[in-house]
Design a protein around this ligand. Structure first.
Ligand code: CTP
Ligand code: CA
Length: 229
């Protein structure tokens, strides 16, 4: 299998990959974010390059080094990520959305630092919904394009995965149970469930994220081949 992968089997295929968390600004010194490190998406980008594919990587703030050979665009908020994805979408054959996009953002972005008010024991922060990038791209999904989603779940993996496949018009989803030891954010390893739109469901062992990246690309390639035949 490794041999075949070294064989530039992704040559001629264009991948748009998103990675990392988003940051939703509250004021000049504060933001809302999540625990995503970007590792999964960056490993996917590296694996694509190794196998001869082309990749645009749209990344939230991760601190990771841009993979050599990838066209990397750094963004901050979900809205910025949405714009960057829209711009590059027509170019791609495959969209892989591994970014952990913030579902909500502060309604107002304060121009000055919010000061502590000694009279207030409690304050409110109003949040508004961010665009669901994968859902929006699913609505305008181009012919022959493959969309891959990710999901971090704490329960009902299969049900939630299948719902997201339908709702977001995905080909398959890579779901992980963040309650499992050695899975999810900030680990080198992960345990994932592959849930396909055709109903197939499989689960990996606890393996390196780079190995999961290659498995995802194997599945994409299989789908592309079955479409072309
Ligand atoms: N996603 C996205 N834009 C958003 C939120 C999520 O593109 N605003 C993408 C993620 O990149 C991921 C997939 O949708 O590939 C699923 O993300 P997830 O957070 O699991 O799903 P949600 O639809 O946001 O549902 P919930 O958080 O309620 O489980
Ligand atoms: Ca979400």
């Amino acid at each position: 299998k490794e041999l075949q992968r070294e064989n530039k089997d992704l040559e001629g295929i264009k991948f748009l990959v998103t990675a990392g968390p988003t940051r939703e600004i509250i004021d000049p010194v504060r933001f809302l974010s999540n625990h995503s490190t970007g590792k999964m998406g960056y490993e996917i980008a590296k694996a694509i390059i190794k196998r001869g594919g082309e990749v645009k990587l749209i990344s939230g703030p991760s601190g990771l080094e841009a993979p050599e050979g990838a066209d990397t665009v750094l963004v901050e908020s979900a809205e910025e990520m949405f714009e960057a994805v829209q711009e590059s979408y027509p170019w791609c054959d495959v969209l892989i959305k591994s970014a952990a996009v913030s579902d909500y953002r502060p309604k107002t972005r304060e121009g000055q630092k919010v000061k502590k008010d000694s009279r207030k024991e409690e304050i409110q922060l109003t949040l508004v919904r961010n665009p669901d990038i994968l859902f929006e791209m699913g609505k305008i999904k181009g012919p022959g394009k493959i969309h891959v989603g990710f999901a971090a779940e704490t329960e009902k993996i299969k049900e939630h995965g299948e719902e997201k496949i339908q709702k977001k018009n995905l080909d398959f989803i890579v779901a992980n149970d963040v309650t499992e030891e050695g899975a999810g954010f900030a680990h080198h390893t992960n345990i994932v469930h592959f849930i396909d739109k055709n109903g197939d469901h499989s689960k990996t062992e606890k393996v390196e994220k780079s190995a999961i990246a290659h498995e995802i690309l194997d599945k994409v390639l299989l789908k592309k081949k079955s479409e072309n035949s």
